[in-house]
Design a protein around this ligand. Sequence first.
Ligand SMILES: [Zn+2]
Length: 463
Amino acid sequence: MTSDWYTPVVSGVLFPFHERLKGHDTVQRLRALERSQWWTRERIAGLQRERLKQFLTRVSANVPYYRAVFERLGLDASAELETLPLLTKQLIRDNLEDLKSETAGVLTPYNTGGSTGEPLQFFMGKARKSHDVAAKWRATRWWGVDIGDPELVVWGSPVELGAQDRVCELRDRVFRTKLVSAFEMSEERLDELVRTIQRMRPRMLFGYPSSLALIAEHSRERGFDLSDAGVEVAFVTAEQLFEHQEEAIRQAFSCRVANGYGGRDFGFAAHECPEGGLHLSAEDILVEIVDRDGGVLPVGDEGEIVVTHLATSDFPFIRYRTGDVGVLSERACACGRGLPLLEALRGRTTDFIVAADGTVMHALALIYAIRDVPGVRNFKIVQEDLHHTRVLLVAETGFSDSKTREIENGLSQRLGSGVRITIERVDEIPTTRAGKHRYVESRVDVRARGVGARAPASSTPTP
Ligand SMILES: [Zn+2]
């Protein structure tokens, strides 16, 4: 697999320089991660213990919320992880200021909600950003591609899309990465995307499995040939990857598909290697599997994924409940890397929604319209049919009628003005045993619209 001359210039010079300008030590981290991935599992576990202790030392000294927790429980930095309380979105909301380290440098605010629908604001420091970029970079290189290779990103976060100013455009041109919105997937937009791919010849795609599968199925139905468009690998993340989606992507682009697991809130925790192992970024990410009551389950048992991110001492994620369901494995991967494996990932799915005029769009477009209204606690969107969509809404007391109208307007803008939107205030959204549910449910068959990538009901991860 050969890259052209430009890729090593970007990956070896321009990108490292860019990261240094931002105050990130990403390159040193990448080098360290590329060494430690080959260590034995025991040696990696030893590194985790050592790093956990350093992390808890900093957190218990500098983060007011955790200083109080450690005092209350009579713990010190050598505490076992299991003895610390689980962290929930609600706890983060209630303690947002106290979770900031007193010694944190620049903290960047982020919003999430994504496919889990429950809105959350949190902060990220530079150490965490370096880690996250380095871990993603390492996994990219597993597939014989590198930063600097042409990349098409099909993504929907307004954080990224809103940030497309001229500086970012220049940066993206230099790094040969192009960002397009995953939100509006009309027939015309899909045609345009196919043309973009043919023109750009990206060596890698990055996006939601549902979005890439939609492009794949569209190109097949319209008879466009993308098999020689130069795509080596499609990186998919943030949703469950269904088999039929993987197959559609693989066939349309004649490429390999690399799955990833993570979220904007707790970080991209695991990446698939070419041998099919979903490897945890174990140098910084500790994963526990817990039961309904928060008790830690043995390796091999299925339960909720709880994440501790060791590079977050500026704004800690310690034993954070993801709401996702998975299983840890003791299996060794054929690739020889000692990084532990996550198996049988369930949960995380985002449906497509069909607007009244037939436009197929990513469900996140609706999620964002609700998530950003202040006072919203939780919600579930049910598209009953093309003409009626219901919202179950959990909101703070005193949530005004004008905010309810704001939600209605936001949804009708996206779905079409003739669509009836009903908003039902509820105290709670029912969840599954592991606390997971689908935040968006469409009863309109997207497949019947001719451009579908919707999961069959049998593989729907939650009841
Ligand atoms: Zn592997």
